[in-house]
Design a protein around this ligand. Structure first.
Ligand code: SF4
Ligand code: SF4
Length: 472
């Protein structure tokens, strides 16, 4: 093979043919040690993913991302728009965590944790194997005429895929609008919830399109994380890698010959069976080195191990290894870059933990009404304020009142009604504060105001009180 043909894989991606058309991948059914582990990890993660919106902590949904109402729960902690800095910090930690992991362990996230890979490889692909058979049978079925067998198998597969996509769309919706609301809607007349129903059908359509047709293209062309690999990985990152030193040796890879002693002929351990290529869900040849399309699914490790075992050679020709480990035989080292990322991660996690502990369940905000200064009321000076009380708890506040702290004065809520704040709700309004002018030490006095629910103090807040510079 010419050098140019050898390097041809660099010019195109594995799922596009020479005419630029989509090449549908029919991977071989994986089996082996890693596949078994991945199955268990996937079951566990699927369980968490599906159960998350139905778990409650202190009455709060464990995970909720209600974008429309701007309500978020993360690990059962309710986050309001006022807590958005915590959500941002949480996301930054997530990104740093994934980067750190990628620098050290390559795309381990893609192969083991990513919901796209889990759903595609562990749910949809397995149903496909069950209905249409292994790689060879699937290729034959795709090529054959539309006869009764093909119609039956395809119709069954698409029906099951549609059903599962509908199920995933429901779970997705439970994350967005809350599981209680979703259950309520399911039990009600669909006509009363047309918008939700349309969203549900759109989500179902998107998931169906992804898992029936778009598939590995999500990882190859749509996923931003996949695009970052080029800058995150280096020679020291651990990846699913082909040991080219052992596989090629001096004479290169060659077909297996029972009678031949490869140590004498100098041929590499790779017997060029191409099983690692056939099993690859992104259609690449890992022997060409680390590639953008590789999602580190480990299927080629399992497949090559089975081949090595059958020809009596040591396993691990394809394995988790860094390029330096393969080429220079250097053992894994915790590099300066890895140390740097770890330090950043520890600092950010510490900050988040601290902020979570400091965060209160109640927020009270009292601000002077914009454009208003002060009013003289006899010997008193009066200021008008707006207040906002946010109740992040799951208990209704039924009797809210305010008390001035450290200074004598008169505080009156406009309307004078008993203030109530519903659970997970907010209340706002206007209030007046009057203070005797001789008690004010400057033209801008800092006031401390305590907020009570019945007899229980729930928050202390501050505001500034304006008065003239001098009094007559
Ligand atoms: S499965 Fe192993 S032996 Fe077969 S082609 Fe791939 S690397 Fe070579
Ligand atoms: S090269 Fe191996 S690890 Fe990478 S996607 Fe293909 S089968 Fe999975």
């Amino acid at each position: 093979m010419s050098k140019l043909a050898d390097e041809a894989f660099r010019d195109s991606i594995g799922t596009i043919d020479n005419e630029g058309k989509r090449k549908f991948i029919y991977p071989k059914k994986p089996s082996g040690r890693f596949y078994k582990y991945r199955k268990w990890v996937s079951y566990f993660l699927l369980l968490i993913l599906i159960a998350n919106p139905f778990i409650k902590v202190n009455g709060n949904q464990f995970m909720l991302f209600n974008i429309l109402e701007r309500r978020f729960n993360i690990f059962g902690f309710p986050f309001w728009p006022q807590d958005f800095y915590l959500v941002v910090l949480f996301m930054i930690i997530g990104v740093v965590f994934v980067i750190l992991f990628t620098v050290i362990f390559g795309r381990i996230f893609c192969g083991w944790i990513c919901p796209q890979t889990i759903f595609l490889e562990m749910v949809f692909r397995r149903i496909e194997f069950w209905i249409e058979g292994d790689r060879g049978a699937q290729i034959r079925l795709a090529k054959q005429e539309w006869n009764a067998e093909k119609i039956r198998k395809k119709a069954l597969k698409w029906a099951v895929f549609l059903l599962i996509s509908f199920g995933i769309a429901n779970v997705f919706l439970a994350y967005l609008i809350g599981s209680d609301t979703l259950i309520e809607i399911i039990g009600d007349n669909p006509v009363n919830h047309l918008k939700t129903l349309i969203s549900l059908f759109i989500f179902t359509g998107v998931f169906y399109f992804i898992f029936v047709w778009f598939r590995e293209q999500v990882c190859i062309i749509a996923c931003p994380y996949g695009r970052l690999q080029g800058v995150l990985l280096d020679n020291k990152s651990i990846n699913v890698a082909y040991d080219f030193v052992r596989g090629e040796k001096e004479a290169g890879r060659a077909k297996f010959n029972k009678k031949e002693d490869r140590t004498l002929t100098g041929k590499g351990d790779c017997i060029d069976c191409k099983q690692c290529v056939n099993v690859c869900p992104t259609g690449i040849d890992i022997r060409n080195g680390t590639q953008l399309e590789c999602v580190n699914c480990t299927a080629c490790i399992d497949e090559c191990d089975t081949i090595m075992e059958s020809v009596g050679l040591p396993k691990g020709l394809i394995r988790y290894a860094s390029e330096d480990e393969i080429e220079k035989k250097t053992p894994f080292k915790f590099t300066a870059r890895m140390k740097g990322y770890t330090a950043v991660l520890i600092v950010l996690t510490g900050m988040l933990t601290g902020l979570l502990f400091l965060r209160t369940d109640v927020e009270a905000l009292i601000l002077r009404l914009p454009g208003q200064l002060y009013q003289h009321k006899g010997e008193n000076i009066s200021n008008v304020f707006t207040y906002k009380i946010i109740n992040k708890t799951n208990d209704d506040f039924k009797a809210i009142h305010f008390k001035l702290k450290g200074i004598k004065g008169y505080l009156k809520v406009v309307g004078n009604q008993t203030l109530k704040v519903p659970k997970q709700g907010m209340s706002s309004g206007t209030l007046f504060i009057e203070i005797n002018k001789y008690l004010l030490e400057s033209d801008k006095t800092k006031l401390k105001i305590e907020v009570y629910n019945g007899d229980k103090k729930i928050e202390t807040t501050t505001t500034s009180f304006l008065s003239p510079r001098t009094f007559d």
